[in-house]
Ligand binder design. Structure first.
Ligand code: F6R
Length: 366
């Protein structure tokens, strides 16, 4: 059942080249320059003219939503807000008919997300679902949507469902940008090609992480970790921290790298591992200087870096290397080594990584 892997979580991490490919298949045609998403096409005018898109989700799916906020605002110039479903449903939010709600859920059964969209629907909002489980409650409650097609996810900690969500959300952003005309044809085509190359790049990452087990052993007894990123990689830092908490029971905090000096830097000493998501993008120089600030305080530096980036690598105690990619696509790649790092730390500590204590696969109670 586990296909030769020790755990479902590892199997599902290694399935990602295939699950992402399955998600793109029949939708993205990079050569023809087209994206086919019928659920989005039906409502395209409404979405591009929306006052705002409100993304609603919980946990890992919320992190996919936060990444999508950065991507949709950049590519489509549409106002996007991201809310925790549990906050949104109880705080009497202002919803108008021109609002579009995008609900993201692996299981399609998360109670808070379901009730949040039902409330918004009753106030006239258009509901779009990005859901993995076909025919689930959230899929049925949505006006339209896009399935993530990641296949069943058995490991309690979400891995392949997350990358499938990011894949779908990036396709939605590109589709809307195309309809709205906010991208040059050159840039649009370039991003389609980039997205098309993701399964191959994910396979490359999975084949190049031989050192992760050793890194996991080295840091497994740390009491706490900090995960830092900027821009498109800030949500990935949050997701890396959540994965570590769930699987290894080590306290971890994700933070925007620049916020560090507003408080968390007080935690840094020679016992604190700090994981940077530091691939080459618009923010690169800035994140390098954040890394130097940690190093000056003797924190242990681990970073996800772009292949061949000697400058970033030299600063670090340990590196997790990923291939070069456009910054819009990078989150999809950068999360993979962080999934593996938490997996191997959990295993090194002897925990049941497929069924972490206190967690359920779908949270159908509030
Ligand atoms: C984390 C995890 C949870 C879920 C959250 C939402 O690894 O699995 O944080 O992401 O409970 O679940 P769905 O996506 O099913 O609505």
């Amino acid at each position: 059942e586990k296909g030769g892997y020790d755990h479902f979580m590892l199997k599902e991490i290694f399935e990602q080249p295939t699950s992402i490919y399955d998600c793109l298949r029949g939708r993205l045609d990079a050569n023809a320059g087209s994206i086919t998403l019928s659920g989005i096409e039906q409502h395209a005018d409404k979405i591009i003219n929306a006052n705002r898109i409100i993304i609603i989700a919980c946990g890992t799916s919320w992190h996919a939503g936060l990444t999508a906020e950065y991507i949709i605002e950049e590519l489509c110039r549409i106002n996007v807000e991201v809310e925790y479903a549990s906050e949104f449903r109880y705080r009497n939010p202002i919803i108008n008919e021109g609002d579009v709600i995008l609900a993201i859920s692996q299981s399609g059964e998360t109670a808070d997300t379901l009730v949040a969209i039902e409330n918004a629907k009753s106030k006239g909002a258009t509901i779009l679902g990005v859901v993995n489980v076909v025919g689930s409650s959230i899929a049925r409650a949505s006006h339209a949507g896009v399935y993530t097609h990641a296949g069943p996810e058995i490991g309690v900690a979400s891995t392949k469902a997350f990358t499938a969500q990011l894949t779908v959300l990036t396709m939605i952003a590109l589709k809307l940008a195309y309809v709205k005309g906010t991208l040059s044809m050159h840039r649009y085509r370039e991003l389609l090609k980039e997205l098309d190359s993701v399964p191959e790049k994910v396979a490359w990452i999975l084949n190049h992480q031989k050192s992760i087990k050793r890194i996991a052993e080295k840091y497994k007894d740390a009491h706490s970790f900090l995960y830092l990123g900027r821009g498109y990689n800030f949500p990935i830092a949050l997701e890396g921290a959540l994965k570590l908490k769930e699987i290894s029971y080590i306290h971890a905090e994700g933070y925007p790298a620049a916020e560090m000096k507003h408080g968390p830097i007080a935690l840094v000493d020679e016992n604190l591992p700090v994981v940077f998501v530091a691939t080459k993008d618009t923010y690169h120089e800035k994140i390098l200087s954040n890394m130097q600030e940690i190093k000056a305080r003797k924190g242990k530096l681990i970073a996800v870096v772009t292949e061949g980036d000697e400058v970033a690598s030299k600063l670090c105690d340990d590196v997790l290397v990923v291939p070069e990619a456009d910054e819009i696509i990078a989150p999809l790649l950068n999360v993979i080594p962080l999934q593996l790092l938490s997996y191997y730390i959990g295993v090194a500590k002897g925990y049941d990584v497929d069924k972490p204590r206190n967690l359920a696969k779908s949270v159908t109670v509030e």
